[in-house]
Design a binder for this molecule. Structure first.
Ligand code: UDX
Length: 425
C-alpha cells in the first residue's frame, strides 16, 4: 500500500476510483479543475448521487487517506501512479473528444516523477494510449490502459467487486505493478496489449447496447404476434449462454456511456475501413424505440398530441441515478413537445428541470393532475407503490403508457384505465 496515487478528474469515474482506492488503503489525491467542486468535496459534499460514495469520501477524508486538490499539477508531483479520469464527450460526428485527456497529459508531463505510471481510465478511442505517450513526452514514464466498467448507481460496488480488471500494457513488469494495485479485490485480471484493452471497453458497452436493442425490437415482435416479452426473455435467459441480465425492454437505452461509446465504435471502425452495419442498426433500433413510444402515447390520446397534457413519471436515464444525460425519458419528452403536447414531470431524485419544456411537479400525483395520459419513463420502485385510486381521481383521462412495465396492468384495467406497456399482449 505504499504507492501514492493521483486521480485526475472528480466526476463519476474519478471520484469513485479515488474513494475506492483510499478504501483499499492507498494514499490518494484527487484533482479537479473546478475549484468550487474541490471546495465542496473537501467538506465531504458530493456533486453527484452515487450509492455509498459519500460515506467512503467522508471516511477517508477523516482518516487522511483521501485529499482533494485544484488542478492536476499539485496532485501528480509525488505520485507513483496517476489515473486519468477526465471526460471524453461525444463530438457532433460521434467521435470522442480527447481534448481534456490531452491537456491533462501535456500539463502533467513535465511534473511527473521518473518511473511513474500513467493510467488511462477514461474511455478513449482505440490507439489513444500512443497519443497520451506523445503528449506526456516522457520516455521514463509508462502509460497503461485500464478501462472502467462502472455502472451509475452501483459504481462503488462495481469497483470493489468487479467482474474483471483489464490492463493493457506493453511492458509485463509495468502491467504486474498495476495488477498489484488491485490485488486486494481478488478479481480476475486480464493482462493484454493496449489496443485490445481500449477495444474491450467499447466492445462491452456496444454488446450490451446490442442486447437491449434486440430486446426492444423483440418487444415489437411480441406485440405484433401476441406474445409476452417478459415470458420470452425469461425463456431465453435460462440459456446460460444468454443469461438473465440486461433483458428488460424499455423506452430505449441511454445514459452517459452507451450512446457515446456505440457512436465512437462506429466511427473507430469506419476510420479503420470497416462499416459496422450491425452496430449502426443497433443505434437505429434505439432511435426507432423512442418513436415507437411516442406512437404509443399518440394512440393512447386518440390520435393527436396537439394540446395534450402529459404526465411523465421519471426523467433519469435509469432508476438509482439523478443523471439525465441522453436519458430516453428526455428523448421521448422532446418529441412529444415538438408535436404540441405539454409535459409535467415527476422524478424522485431529479429536482431541477432538465429542459425549459418540462415543468417539474413535487410528487407523482401533482404531476398527474388533469393529465390526458400518464407515461412511465424510468423504472423507479416508488412508482410500483402508486395508489391507483388516488391516481384515477386526479387525471383528466384514464390512460397509461408504461414503457418500463412497472404498473400493475390488471389493477389499472379494473379502474377503467386504458393501458399500453412494452412487448405485452
Ligand atoms: C453502462 C455499463 O453497464 C457500464 O458497465 C459502463 O461502464 C458504463 O455504461 P450505465 O450507463 O450506468 O452503465 O447504465 P446501465 O445500467 O448499463 O443501463 C444503460 C441503459 O440501458 C439505461 O438507459 C437503462 O435503462 C437501459 N437498460 C438496462 C434497459 O433498458 N434494460 C435493461 O435490462 C438494462
Amino acid at each position: 500500500m505504499d504507492e501514492r496515487i493521483a486521480v485526475i478528474g472528480a466526476g463519476y469515474v474519478g471520484l469513485t476510483t479515488a474513494a475506492c482506492l483510499a478504501e483499499l488503503g492507498y494514499l490518494v489525491t484527487c484533482a479537479d479543475v473546478d475549484a468550487v467542486r474541490v471546495g465542496e468535496l473537501r467538506s465531504g459534499r458530493l456533486p453527484i448521487h452515487e450509492d455509498g460514495l459519500g460515506e467512503l469520501v467522508q471516511t477517508h477524508l477523516a482518516d487522511g487517506r483521501l485529499e482533494f486538490e485544484v488542478g492536476a499539477v499539485h496532485a501528480v508531483v509525488d505520485a507513483d501512479v496517476v489515473f486519468i479520469c477526465v471526460p471524453t464527450p461525444e463530438l457532433p460526428d460521434g467521435s470522442a473528444d480527447m481534448s481534456f485527456v490531452h491537456s491533462v497529459a501535456t500539463e502533467i508531463g513535465p511534473r511527473l516523477k521518473s518511473g511513474a505510471i500513467v493510467i488511462n481510465k477514461s474511455t478513449v478511442p482505440v490507439g489513444s494510449l500512443r497519443q497520451v505517450e506523445r503528449s506526456l513526452a516522457r520516455s521514463d514514464v509508462a502509460v497503461v490502459s485500464n478501462p472502467e466498467f462502472l455502472r451509475e448507481g452501483s459504481a462503488v460496488a462495481d469497483f470493489l467487486q468487479p467482474d474483471r480488471i483489464v490492463i493493457g500494457a506493453d511492458d509485463p513488469e509495468i502491467a504486474a505493478r498495476v495488477a498489484a494495485l488491485y490485488r486486494p479485490l481478488a478479481a480476475p485480471i486480464l493482462l493484454t496489449d493496449p489496443v485490445s484493452a481500449e477495444t474491450i471497453k467499447y466492445a462491452a458497452n456496444s454488446f450490451l447496447a446490442t442486447k437491449l436493442s434486440f430486446v426492444n425490437a423483440l418487444a415489437a415482435v411480441c406485440e405484433a404476434v401476441g406474445a409476452d416479452v417478459d415470458e420470452v426473455m425469461l425463456g431465453i435467459g435460462y440459456d446460460s449462454r444468454i443469461g438473465h441480465e440486461f433483458l428488460r425492454p424499455g423506452p430505449g437505452w441511454g445514459g452517459s456511456c452507451f450512446p457515446k461509446d456505440t457512436g465512437a465504435l462506429i466511427r473507430i471502425a469506419e476510420a479503420a475501413g470497416y462499416d459496422f452495419s450491425l452496430l449502426r442498426g443497433v443505434v437505429d433500433v434505439n432511435r426507432e424505440q423512442f418513436e415507437r413510444v411516442v406512437d404509443k402515447i399518440t394512440r393512447a390520446l386518440g390520435g393527436s398530441l396537439d394540446g395534450a397534457r402529459i404526465a411523465a413519471l421519471g426523467l433519469a436515464f435509469k432508476a438509482g441515478t439523478d443523471d439525465v444525460r441522453h436519458s430516453p425519458a428526455l428523448e421521448v419528452i422532446d418529441r412529444l413537445v415538438a408535436r404540441g403536447a405539454t409535459v409535467r414531470a415527476y422524478d424522485p431524485v431529479v429536482t431541477v428541470s432538465p429542459s425549459a419544456d418540462v415543468v417539474l411537479a413535487d410528487d407523482l400525483y401533482a404531476a398527474c393532475v388533469d393529465a390526458d395520459v400518464v407515461v412511465v419513463l424510468t423504472e423507479w420502485d416508488e412508482f410500483r407503490l402508486v395508489d391507483l385510486d388516488r391516481l384515477a381521481g386526479v387525471v383528466a383521462r384514464r390512460a397509461v403508457v408504461d414503457t418500463r412495465n412497472v404498473f400493475d396492468r390488471a389493477a389499472l384495467q379494473r379502474l377503467d384505465f386504458t393501458f399500453d406497456g412494452v412487448g405485452r399482449r
